[in-house]
Design a protein around this ligand. Structure first.
Ligand SMILES: *Cc1c(COP(=O)(O)O)cnc(C)c1O
Length: 440
């Protein structure tokens, strides 16, 4: 069965042929590609062709695909059964390893669930339960999963009047989420002034990674910490992408912040479905069964998922001999990879390749249009005419890399990831260079 046939079948039985819209290769003028196995740095498609993978399941696979250390633990885990619906020791190991090693003051308790979406949804409910207030502030350009109160965009015209960004989200839900612009302290002040005592939480991706990469000023984040504290509003850091990615301690630990609630996902499950919220004892004790905020899950803290998560973050936490911190080593390797891509773009591999710049931080990188300078706000990019950047340039970039056996995130607003497997394979940069320049 070739790729095209499989996609035709998929179109017959799944809406749009997919289970998540970002997989659909919209705007790329080609059918989404079927992959059926993966190992280390490579994804293998159904026809047996291998691709270097920089999408890495949108982030969770920080060790690369199917590392032996995890496969073995998972196989052993399977032999013990894979769901008990009882308390079990696996989440205890993962939970205590995290809390003992992230070293974030006041973050003392954690609860596991099944996805980043669930984590944010629960964090929002918890914040409302704790503060007994209703309103939530979020930012244009940040993504927090697909729960109703997060699928909201700024309304046109009347100030603070939000609207659903998805059909099916009731107006009544939309009106309780206020959408503001990143980096705009004045409008946040105004908003707090107007709704003094009704804002339960302000949620942000401390490093926004869902409209491309939009690094914020640390002063802006400090400002958010101060203004929320002043108004007894809880500050939620959505670290679903950045947790265990920008450092073991996530963004919060690395840059020394103290949000009230942290949401985790992606790497915390090592590629199996896990989400989590972590906070102070006082806040977390509002959760059922000891508190009045209900939150539950049949498969929460699934033993296999706990094993994959624990093994993944333990591996990343372990020092690498003389060289020390794996995150710093991975960051160095990311710089090598990015500089290779930068040179390649300069060699004119496709029309207008010089229109791309690469923004990179830690083990993340994003291809973005040069005319956008250094992005902080999502709108500066989204204002570019769709036809110019989105359709022509990104499609050319994606196609050009794809033809060379390199798979990047199939959407111009998604970032790319590097993994420890790219460090462990000492020939990786060399192999990548050969692919880029077409040698063999
Ligand atoms: C991916 C992501 C989510 C949603 O997580 P899912 O596991 O896809 O539900 C939420 N917030 C951020 C910042 C994310 O990157």
């Amino acid at each position: 069965m070739n790729n095209e046939n499989l996609f035709q079948m998929a179109l017959n039985i799944f809406p749009g042929g997919v289970h998540s819209p970002v997989r659909s290769f919209q705007h790329l003028d080609r059918a989404p590609h079927f992959f059926s196995s993966a190992r280390g740095n490579y994804l293998k498609d159904v026809e047996g062709k291998e691709f270097v993978d920089f999408c890495l399941s949108f982030g969770p696979l920080i060790l690369g695909h199917a590392p032996k250390v995890i496969s073995i633990e998972l196989i052993e885990g399977i032999l013990n059964g894979w769901s008990y619906g009882t308390v079990e020791p696996y989440s205890l190991e993962l939970g205590s390893f995290i809390l003992n090693n992230i070293n974030i003051p006041k973050i003392k308790k954690i609860r596991f669930m099944n996805s980043g979406t669930e984590a944010v949804m629960s964090a929002v409910r918890l914040a409302r339960g704790v503060t007994k207030k209703n309103l939530i502030i979020k930012f244009n350009g940040c993504y927090h999963g697909h729960s109703d109160s997060m699928l909201i965009k700024a309304g046109s015209g009347t100030h603070y009047l939000s609207q659903a960004s998805s059909s099916g989200v009731p107006e009544n839900v939309a009106k309780d989420t206020i959408v503001l612009e990143l980096d705009d302290e004045q409008s946040i002040k105004n908003c707090f002034h107007e709704y003094k005592n009704s804002i339960a939480a302000l949620i942000i991706e401390p490093l926004p990674l869902n409209s491309g990469m939009l690094p914020q000023r640390l002063e802006f984040l400090k400002f958010l910490r101060e203004i929320t504290r002043e108004h007894q509003t809880l500050l939620i850091f959505d670290e679903v992408y950045t947790g265990f990615r920008v450092s073991f301690q996530g963004f919060t630990g690395k840059y020394g912040f103290a949000p009230d609630i942290i949401c985790y996902g992606k790497i915390i499950g090592g590629g199996l479905p896990v989400g989590a919220i972590a906070s102070s004892e006082e806040i977390m004790n509002h959760l059922a069964p000891i508190g009045p905020v209900y939150q539950a899950g049949t498969l929460s803290a699934n033993p296999l998922a706990m094993i994959a998560g624990l093994k993944t973050i333990k591996e990343m936490h372990r020092e690498q001999g003389e060289k020390g911190n794996k995150y710093l080593i991975l960051e160095d390797q990311t710089k090598n990879i990015v500089s290779l891509f930068k040179n390649w773009l300069k060699s004119n591999p496709f029309p207008d390749s010089n229109k791309f710049e690469i923004l990179s931080q830690e083990s993340l990188f994003w291809f973005y249009p040069k005319e956008n300078h250094h992005p902080i706000l999502p709108r500066s990019m989204k204002d570019l005419p769709e036809s110019s950047f989105l359709i022509h340039h990104f499609k050319n970039l994606f196609e050009s890399l794809f033809q060379r056996g390199i798979y990047i995130s199939p959407n111009p607003y998604e970032v790319n990831f590097t993994s420890w497997a790219m460090v462990e394979d000492t020939q990786f940069v060399h192999e990548l260079e050969k692919k880029l320049y077409g040698g063999n």
